[in-house]
Design a protein around this ligand. Structure first.
Ligand SMILES: CC(C)(COP(=O)(O)OP(=O)(O)OC[C@H]1O[C@@H](n2cnc3c(N)ncnc32)[C@H](O)[C@@H]1OP(=O)(O)O)[C@@H](O)C(=O)NCCC(=O)NCCS
Length: 164
């Protein structure tokens, strides 16, 4: 399956497809956050995650963005995307927003995306790569996907919230 995945640069006409994939992919994550936080805290600290995620995706697709974006296509259809940048001062690459449409998850597509990023970062002289993800149950697929891709060192962090 994953051998049929083609990585390419997105064009401006692809931006809204990436937003759609992101909103579909993060829906269960924010539903889980809402359940963990309760409605009141959730709407206080995350009032409109769809608008914010859409803004992030549109911004990373802008010419001149620090992030480089690559899309994963299967049979001419975009099924996922990954963003990354090379921190030249440290020689460390960073993976940012990335997602596979829920209809295409668990087929190794993310592995093709991460392998593509590793090759691009190596070509830019990067000696290591970092990615940040959640330690909560909704991010279990992301943690598993990263571990499969060889991210062997994970330092857990916690986001704490309280109402004032
Ligand atoms: C993270 C993401 C991009 C991975 O894409 P993908 O193409 O499905 O990833 P892969 O198929 O390479 O690997 C997924 C792995 O997670 C596993 N998995 C799926 N659901 C899981 C769960 N609830 N608990 C544990 N593992 C799970 C799959 O079984 C697979 O592992 P396996 O091959 O050992 O069986 C995708 O899940 C996604 O878009 N998630 C929502 C957005 C997100 O979290 N992005 C990353 C933010 S840091």
């Amino acid at each position: 399956m994953a051998t049929d995945v083609v990585m390419r640069e997105p064009g401006p006409e692809d931006t809204e497809t990436l937003v759609e994939i992101a909103l579909a992919a993060w829906e269960p994550i924010y539903a889980s956050f809402r359940q963990m936080m309760g409605d009141d805290l959730f709407v206080t600290v995350i009032p409109n995650w769809r608008a914010e995620k859409g803004r992030q995706i549109r911004e990373m697709c802008q010419p001149g963005s620090r992030m480089t974006v690559a899309v994963a296509e299967v049979a001419g259809q975009i099924v996922g995307f990954v963003s990354f940048y090379a921190d030249q001062s440290r020689g460390v690459g960073v993976i940012g927003n990335n997602a596979v449409h829920p209809a295409w998850q668990n087929r190794g597509i993310a592995q093709v995306m991460y392998a593509h990023v590793f090759a691009r970062l190596r070509a830019l002289g990067m000696r290591a790569v970092r990615v940040n993800t959640g330690g909560d149950p909704s991010h279990a697929p992301a943690r598993r996907a990263y571990e499969k891709a060889g991210f062997a060192v994970g330092i857990p962090c916690v986001d704490y919230y309280r109402k004032l």
